[in-house]
Design a binder for this molecule. Structure first.
Ligand code: CP
Length: 332
């Protein structure tokens, strides 16, 4: 694996499916969870740079821990706060606020580091710009070293890989009966400000690629996500209907995709409460965090036995460690 920016960067096996590749990576991640230092010299004398153009807690810390578990040095640079503001457009006339072109900065980072990990967010102003993934593509083009997405304008692959690790872990403890596939529901939730579609896009992309569940997405009308990620999932506008017999409920807000970056409704009825949760099959409740309590998810759910959000966030380490290990093994 050279870069890790979406599920499409996973190595496709000669035989088998992408779902089998994901399962193999999940097993590798769970082996790291059992024995975090089993490959403690794999990344010796290698250095990862973690560039943050936007804030983070889980991604930043779990990636550093993952790198250290493999013996790598990890250096974090909060470009958004402490660095020169970067220009990404080709042939830009840089008479505005941008100080340095990525074309000049990225090759230097390629000399300093062996792997570069980057977090960027979308502007939520211009859909074509955001969905072109210009920032991460420019880093891939100009650094010359492997790039790991720590969340981009449209996707959050380390989060989604973590989510499948967590679901697999739960299913190994509580398998579904007979040949029934697990029912996974991604539900929209209210929020106070417009948020990116990244987590929902990425979760949909990975769950569809995994192909081992019945996957339902529920949201108010006009909150449709980009079909390139959701195709294969069943879309239901009635949340109560969607939640029936669910084994996993993934709660997340996103802003509108079609009329880009807007909030059309913030109907509090879409917050997952105990009453709605009772429609499920004793579902485990997931959220990528950070979460707005009693806006997106009620206290009774987040503090209840159905919530696996802490387990989910702690699994971020094993997802990152697996991805870094794959890159170290295959390309460095
Ligand atoms: N879920 C997630 O990416 O969390 P952070 O924004 O804190 O990294």
């Amino acid at each position: 694996m050279k870069n890790f920016t979406s599920v499409n960067d996973l190595p496709f096996p000669g035989t088998g499916s992408i779902g089998d590749t994901i399962d193999a990576l999940v097993q590798k991640a769970l082996a790291y969870k059992s024995n975090p230092l089993k490959d403690k010299t794999l990344g010796l004398n290698k250095r990862i740079g973690c560039l943050f153009l936007n804030p983070s807690m889980r991604t930043r810390l779990s990636t550093q821990i993952a790198a250290q578990n493999l013996g790598m040095d990890a250096i974090v640079f909060n470009v958004g706060q402490e660095g020169w503001s970067l220009e990404f457009e080709e042939e830009a006339i840089m008479s505005g606020s941008s100080v340095e072109h990525v074309k000049d900065a990225a090759p230097i980072l390629g000399k300093y580091f062996d792997i570069l990990a980057i977090r960027t967010f979308p502007s939520l102003k211009n859909r074509e710009d955001d969905y072109s993934e210009l920032y991460i593509k420019q880093f891939i083009k100009y650094t010359g070293i492997p790039i790991v997405s720590l969340e981009s304008a449209t996707l959050h692959p380390l989060q989604s890989f973590t989510d499948i690790i967590t679901i697999s872990e739960e299913l190994s403890k509580h398998p579904t009966s007979g040949s029934r596939k697990a029912k996974i529901v991604l539900t929209w939730a209210p929020h106070v400000k417009p948020l990116p579609q990244c987590v929902a896009n990425s979760f949909s992309q990975w769950i569809n690629a995994w192909g081992k569940s019945d996957f339902i997405i529920t949201h108010p009308e006009d909150y449709e996500l980009d079909e390139q990620f959701t195709k294969g999932a069943k879309i239901i506008y009635n949340q109560e209907e969607a939640l029936k017999n669910a084994d996993f409920v993934y709660v997340k807000n996103w802003s509108t995709f079609r009329d880009y970056g807007k909030i059309y409704t913030n109907n509090p009825k879409w917050m997952l409460t105990n009453k709605r949760w009772q429609l499920t099959n004793n579902a485990k409740v997931m959220h990528c965090l950070p979460v707005r309590r009693n806006v997106e998810l009620s206290d009774e759910i987040l503090d209840g036995p159905m919530s696996i959000v802490t387990q989910q966030a702690s699994n971020r380490v094993w997802a990152a460690q697996t991805v870094l290990s794959e890159i170290l093994t295959s390309t460095l």
